[in-house]
Design a protein around this ligand. Structure first.
Ligand SMILES: *[C@@H]1O[C@H](CO)[C@@H](O)[C@H](O)[C@H]1NC(C)=O
Ligand SMILES: *[C@@H]1O[C@H](CO)[C@@H](O)[C@H](O)[C@H]1NC(C)=O
Ligand SMILES: *[C@@H]1O[C@H](CO)[C@@H](O)[C@H](O)[C@H]1NC(C)=O
Ligand SMILES: *[C@@H]1O[C@H](CO)[C@@H](O)[C@H](O)[C@H]1NC(C)=O
Ligand SMILES: *[C@@H]1O[C@H](CO)[C@@H](O)[C@H](O)[C@H]1NC(C)=O
Ligand SMILES: *[C@@H]1O[C@H](CO)[C@@H](O)[C@H](O)[C@H]1NC(C)=O
Ligand SMILES: *[C@@H]1O[C@H](CO)[C@@H](O)[C@H](O)[C@H]1NC(C)=O
Ligand SMILES: *[C@@H]1O[C@H](CO)[C@@H](O)[C@H](O)[C@H]1NC(C)=O
Ligand SMILES: *[C@@H]1O[C@H](CO)[C@@H](O)[C@H](O)[C@H]1NC(C)=O
Ligand SMILES: *[C@@H]1O[C@H](CO)[C@@H](O)[C@H](O)[C@H]1NC(C)=O
Length: 769
């Protein structure tokens, strides 16, 4: 009855292809159909939990709509009055003003009078839930002021499986727990302004290469890459942070470009109807990534609710035709419209919300009314968030903080501001040679109100602190310019990444040579790396004159100001790596670089996620690979001691093997029941105040040796002790049971570790369930 091709329910379609010679190219994708299990019909949203009022109002409004009015809600139009990335037209007779959808997760993009916030990866490196919330609250206020109804972010997919992935920096971490905890706070903070978050990209969008269909040099149509993810890895890695976003009430989810088991992300009934709308009980609506819709009837039936930036001929009058001829039931269109309008009511956008797109000029170069979205009260969070995402990984003989330096020599292309305040200035290259980066590039970039580059901030500091600074940002060798009386040499390099392409490497010879050349001539060489992803350091890390290294990530517009406060010791660094840094690319194996089309599937590229849940530290732990800097690692100007691990079983909480709760946003309600609370004391044993990120890892019976399941950032004065507490929920202690299709609490002995990184675990104990 559906006009989609479901030929078989083969669960191992790839195995079924053994007969196919790999010297031939397969030219039909017919045999792939049925590989992604069909889940129909699309669940009709009912408005669970605190969405019930919004649903009642939405159902009432949708009941008054004509077929064309409902249809109009489901696809974008180009606006002549605003420059939003996407627009849904108004239905004026019903008092619905339309919707503006705008980039992106790290600040409002492509307009004026807004701030450039630290990127997702930088927030990940701060490991600070409260700060993530405050950043989101401030950032969300700007989207609201600009009349943006739906912010196209935050990002939790890509998770960061492929080390060279071009968009990994937009998300928080390749660890699902860290990413999930921070996206929860981000969704909450943004939506508290009444702005709808579009948590993206759902799901398996782990590389930029072949993310979209292309025509190859031979003129053949090459499909988008198929992420072939098994059910367990889907739940325990990729879906996990989306689950947190839905639990936080995200009003929108954006489906992705890639295919999953050969079915397009925006027409995949298993992921949209099944995982998202059934299992996670999602009340909101699904929007396509821009041009990610490739079919009309089948995407409607699979659970897509809104196509962007337009119908591309798939919906519009073709959808209404399909409704009239019965290919798409009217109930599906009603559900699309209801989910969209309910999200609008749920955030209170019916009540005093700015006009859609009011602050988004069609052309910022043309004369237009200024709509200031910047709020002076956001200054502190922009600076704090910039400071806390810096990770100090090497600090020999207390090279840092600087101690009243008389003379600093500065080197490197990344020290000064780019000639244009365009965060995407390095587009197409692997380093941004023309200036410092505060964000990656592409649609996830933002529009800083200014850029405090390291050089600017050091100039200002030189004035305040009576430091002499010398600089050479041009010569790679700079032989002539290392003044022999320098107290320190600071070398600034970067590693750029952008939407649209994957990185070509994890380090570059030009920057490495620059560092080594300076180090050859300067006994106190401090390296600052603005990195949009993992950046290797083994090419210079053992140079005896390299005394300190900071991963400075993507700090947003207060970059230099934040860095200088750390260099001069106003604050102690408190960031930790949200990924592992190996000694060599080879440590990543096949997950170093993106999958490429390969015979026999040259026209239907396949990416089998055969590593399962073993990415990043899970893989290094399992394979006994010693990283240069492990996941969770980061130094401080002080030291911390850990003592008194306590593991307290909560009474009165069910320990049944499977959850039994009602499905609410995020899944079964009792997945969030706290089964056990772990506490520990952390003492600042050094001489200065500082913040520590205490981390809890759990060895679940049968699972990887350790997985992050808790973290707590605490500021502790020198000599003082703080108690950190970690709540372990049913989900935290469960594994996905692929047979029963439920989260399963294991019975047996769980290992609990608490410490300062994934490999420096001062305290351990066990928990038996
Ligand atoms: C298969 O496709 C690739 C890429 O399009 C091409 O280089 C190769 O020659 C093709 N092989 C055959 C046997 O057609
Ligand atoms: C993909 O196929 C695997 C193996 O059959 C299955 O476990 C998984 O649920 C499928 N996922 C999707 C989204 O189709
Ligand atoms: C649908 O939207 C278009 C604007 O894109 C508008 O011109 C048209 O009148 C709308 N149709 C209905 C029935 O509201
Ligand atoms: C409907 O689909 C046809 C065939 O795909 C396409 O040519 C046409 O433009 C579509 N109509 C609309 C109104 O989008
Ligand atoms: C119904 O309309 C849709 C959209 O035009 C078309 O793709 C489909 O083939 C039609 N089905 C029937 C049974 O006419
Ligand atoms: C619904 O609950 C969420 C999560 O507790 C909260 O953030 C949000 O403000 C609530 N919304 C409404 C409309 O009550
Ligand atoms: C750097 O600037 C030069 C000159 O303006 C320009 O030609 C080049 O493309 C820029 N390089 C990058 C990587 O942006
Ligand atoms: C200058 O740098 C280049 C490129 O890294 C290197 O080959 C050369 O040896 C350096 N020369 C000196 C004098 O350091
Ligand atoms: C370290 O720097 C000093 C200059 O201060 C230089 O003489 C020495 O050769 C350097 N060491 C190395 C290993 O390059
Ligand atoms: C990384 O491994 C490759 C190949 O195994 C080797 O050529 C290279 O020297 C290694 N790099 C470092 C920094 O060890």
């Amino acid at each position: 009855m559906f006009s989609i091709r479901i030929l078989s329910l083969a669960t191992t379609a790839l195995v079924a292809l053994v007969g196919v010679s790999n010297t031939q190219n397969i030219t039909s994708d017919t045999f792939f159909y049925g590989q992604s299990p069909p889940v129909y019909p699309s669940p009709i949203g009912t408005g669970t939990g605190n969405w019930s009022e919004a649903y009642k109002k939405a159902e009432a409004m949708v009941a008054q709509m004509t077929l064309d009015e409902k249809s109009n809600l489901t696809f974008g139009i180009s606006s002549k009055t605003n420059g939003c990335s996407g627009n849904i037209p108004a239905i004026e007779r019903l008092g619905f003003p339309g919707l503006c959808l705008q980039d992106a997760g790290n600040g409002v993009r492509a307009t004026d009078f807004v701030n450039g916030y630290p990127s997702g990866l930088h927030v990940g490196a701060s490991w600070n839930k409260d700060l993530a919330y405050k950043r989101a609250l401030a950032m969300g206020g700007e989207f609201r002021s600009k009349g943006v109804n739906i912010v196209l972010g935050p990002v939790v997919g890509p998770l960061g499986r492929v080390s060279q992935g071009g968009r990994n920096w937009e998300g928080f971490s390749n660890d699902p727990y860290l990413s999930g905890s921070l996206v929860f706070e981000t969704v909450r903070g943004i939506q508290e302004n009444g702005v709808i978050t579009s948590t993206k990209h759902f799901i398996g969008n782990e590389q930029e290469t072949n993310r979209n269909p292309i025509t190859n040099v031979a003129g053949q149509y090459v499909e988008s890459i198929s992420a072939n993810i098994d059910d367990k890895s889907m739940h325990e890695l990729y879906l996990w942070p989306f689950q947190d976003a839905v639990h936080a009430g995200t009003g929108n989810i954006m489906c992705s470009y890639n295919r999953l088991n050969n079915s397009h992300g925006c027409a995949n009934s298993k992921t949209l109807n099944g995982l998202l709308k059934t299992e996670l009980g999602f009340n909101g609506f699904v929007v396509s990534d821009w041009f990610a819709q490739h079919s009309g009837v089948s995407s409607a039936l699979a659970g897509l609710d809104m196509a962007m930036p337009d119908s591309e001929g798939f919906w519009g009058s073709n959808l209404t035709t399909a409704i009239r001829n019965g290919s798409v039931p009217m109930s599906r269109l009603n559900d699309m419209a209801t989910r969209i309008i309910a999200s609008w009511y749920q955030m209170g956008q019916d009540n005093g919300y700015p006009t859609p797109g009011i602050g988004m000029p069609v052309d910022v170069l043309a004369s237009h009314k200024a709509v200031n979205a910047r709020n002076p009260s956001s200054k502190q969070v922009i600076l704090d968030a910039a400071i806390e995402g810096h990770v100090l990984v090497k600090n020999v003989n207390n090279a840092l903080p600087l101690k009243s330096p008389k003379l600093l020599s500065l080197f490197g292309y990344d020290a000064k501001a780019p000639d244009q305040n365009d965060p995407a200035a390095g587009f197409g290259s692997w380093i941004a040679i023309n200036g410092t980066i505060i964000s990656g590039g592409g649609s996830g970039a933002n529009s800083p109100a200014y850029i405090s580059a390291p050089f600017d901030a050091l100039q200002e500091k030189a004035y305040q602190a009576d430091t002499t600074i010398l600089w050479d940002f041009i010569n790679v060798n700079a032989t002539a310019n290392v003044d022999g009386a320098s107290d320190a040499c600071l070398v600034f390099i970067n590693a750029f990444a952008s939407e649209g392409f994957d990185r070509v490497g994890l380090h570059d010879d030009f920057s490495d040579a620059l560092v080594n050349n300076i180090a050859d001539q300067c006994s106190n060489t401090i390296v600052v790396i603005h990195n949009a992803g993992v950046r290797l350091v083994d090419q210079f890390i053992d140079h005896p004159n390299v005394t300190a290294v900071i991963f400075a990530h993507l700090p947003g517009q207060d970059s230099g100001r934040a860095l200088v406060s750390l260099l001069y010791g106003d604050f102690s660094p408190s960031g930790k790596l949200p990924y592992s840094v190996p000694m060599n690319e080879s440590a990543f194996g096949a997950l170093l670089s993106p999958a490429l089309p390969a015979a026999p599937y040259t026209l239907f590229p396949q990416d089998d996620f055969t590593e399962g849940i073993y990415i990043d530290y899970r893989a290094f732990d399992a394979q006994n690979i010693t990283p240069r800097y492990e996941f969770g690692f980061g130094l401080s100007y002080t030291t911390f001691g850990y003592l008194n691990l306590r593991i307290l079983a909560r009474s009165g909480v069910s320990r049944n093997t499977y959850p039994t709760g009602l499905i609410r946003e995020g899944g079964a309600e009792d997945l969030w029941d706290v089964i056990t609370t772990v506490t520990a004391d952390v003492k600042n044993t050094g001489a200065v105040d500082g913040a520590e990120v205490a981390q809890l890892y759990v060895g679940i019976p049968g699972g990887p040796i350790r997985q992050l399941r808790g973290f707590s950032k605490v500021h502790i004065q020198a000599g003082h002790t703080a108690t950190v507490s970690f709540d372990l929920t049913r989900r935290d202690l469960s594994v996905w049971d692929v047979v029963v299709q439920q989260w399963k609490l294991q019975s047996g002995k769980y290992y609990i570790y608490v410490g300062t990184s994934s490999r420096i675990l001062h305290l351990d104990g066990t928990l038996t369930i």
